[in-house]
Design a protein around this ligand. Structure first.
Ligand SMILES: Nc1ncnc2c1ncn2[C@@H]1O[C@H](COP(=O)(O)OP(=O)(O)O)[C@@H](O)[C@H]1O
Ligand SMILES: [Mg+2]
Length: 361
């Protein structure tokens, strides 16, 4: 009997969504335990979030939903809020300087084995989408070879500085910094190792990022020394790998994955970009490259498949015009939706405790 009641309560909880998200609280792993005593249910919730109000709203909804289960007459939902920073601290490697970015909760790198797969496009849209979901977000363009944040955000000025610290730009609700703001974009930048380090340290340590929930780092392409150094210097919570469905790109993605694992940076998952093309005339969806490659690679290397982004001229145009697609579609649209799914998947992977076991009492 109590098992049936417990099952009923779990089912009821699966209908509750965390505010602003499209996934339910059970699949997010927020429900730690359900116990039944007679007709009384106790639900233990564990969330790692800075948003105590949203967590409390969920707690109240849980009580209401469980009380609606036939046979349950009273429910007490207990909320345990965890410090999201804990997990991040544990994941930082010793080579990283804890003094860099002390006020940033999660630093997430967006990387790829090769250039041109849409790393910057994904970084920008992901960052803005996270901000639209209520987070405090920064975007650091660390692509020393081809910075693209100035173009993607339509900013060609130099940032303000008092000689000590540099003020990040703010646009579309996020803070922005790029080496492209410091050097002439048309000048080919030839960086030697020590210069890269110095420039990056300045971008991390001397920019007034302030308190942030997420700092998205648009990494340079490839898996060379610069990238390796960066993964060791930046206190990363995890890395997102962007790939296109082509074989060659997937092989590169696997190289990138191996690199992060070598330096103990957890891989958040794989994002497949330019996955499909919907014909603007007839709506037929064509998989320009092979379909499902990102998902297969994710399975093969044992990491999460975070989702895919279609190939669409509107996405490229948004980037060129200084208005990323999620800004154009801020009231909803297919691409904004795709990036919402990605943002939620990244959040779930970076913030949530592991999925709890269902305990039968
Ligand atoms: N899903 C997409 N649909 C259409 N064009 C895209 C898409 N993703 C990226 N692009 C375009 O492809 C080019 C390379 O993307 P970019 O984000 O700069 O790649 P990377 O940072 O990996 O070098 C850019 O012109 C960009 O606008
Ligand atoms: Mg780029």
């Amino acid at each position: 009997m109590s098992k049936d009641l417990e099952g009923g309560v779990w089912d009821a909880l699966k209908t509750i969504r965390y505010p602003g998200m499209s996934r339910d609280i059970v699949s997010f792993g927020f429900v730690h335990k359900v116990t039944i005593d007679g007709s009384t249910a106790t639900v233990e919730l564990e969330m790692s979030t800075h948003n105590a109000e949203a967590a409390e709203a969920v707690r109240q909804e849980v009580e209401k939903a469980a009380n609606g289960v036939p046979g349950i007459t009273a429910t007490s939902a207990v909320l345990k809020l965890q410090q999201p920073a804990k997990r991040q601290a544990a994941q930082r490697s010793i080579a990283q300087d804890p003094g860099l970015l002390p006020e940033v909760r999660y630093v997430v790198a967006v990387a790829s084995g090769k250039g041109g797969v849409g790393k910057s496009t994904v970084s920008a849209n992901l960052a803005i989408r996270l901000a639209q979901l209520g987070h405090r977000v920064g975007l650091l363009d660390a692509d020393i070879y081809g910075p693209s944040v100035p173009t993607m955000f339509g900013i060609s000025r130099r940032p303000a500085t008092d000689g000590q610290t540099v003020e990040p730009f703010e646009k579309y609700g996020i803070k922005l910094m790029s080496l492209g703001f410091m050097v002439e974009i048309d000048t080919p930048v030839i960086w030697r190792g020590p210069m890269v380090m110095k420039a990056l340290e300045q971008l991390l340590g001397q920019v007034s990022w302030g308190a942030l929930d997420y700092l998205i780092v648009d990494m340079p392409p490839g898996t060379g020394d610069a990238q390796l150094t960066l993964t060791q210097r930046v206190p990363l919570s995890g890395a997102v790998i962007v790939t296109t469905p082509q074989d060659v790109s997937l092989i590169d993605a696997r190289k990138g994955l191996a690199m992060f694992r070598k330096v103990n940076v957890p891989v958040v998952g794989i994002i497949e970009n330019m996955a499909s093309f919907a014909c603007p005339h007839c709506g037929e969806v064509t998989h320009i490259f092979k379909s499902g490659g990102g998902e297969r690679t994710a399975q093969l290397v044992g990491c999460r498949f975070l989702g895919s982004v279609p190939l669409d001229p509107a996405i490229a145009e948004g980037g060129d015009a200084g208005e990323p697609i999620v800004v154009t579609e801020k009231d909803g649209g297919p691409h904004a939706d795709a990036f919402k799914v990605l943002a939620e998947a990244v959040m779930a992977e970076v913030e949530s405790p592991p999925t709890p076991q269902l305990t039968i009492v």
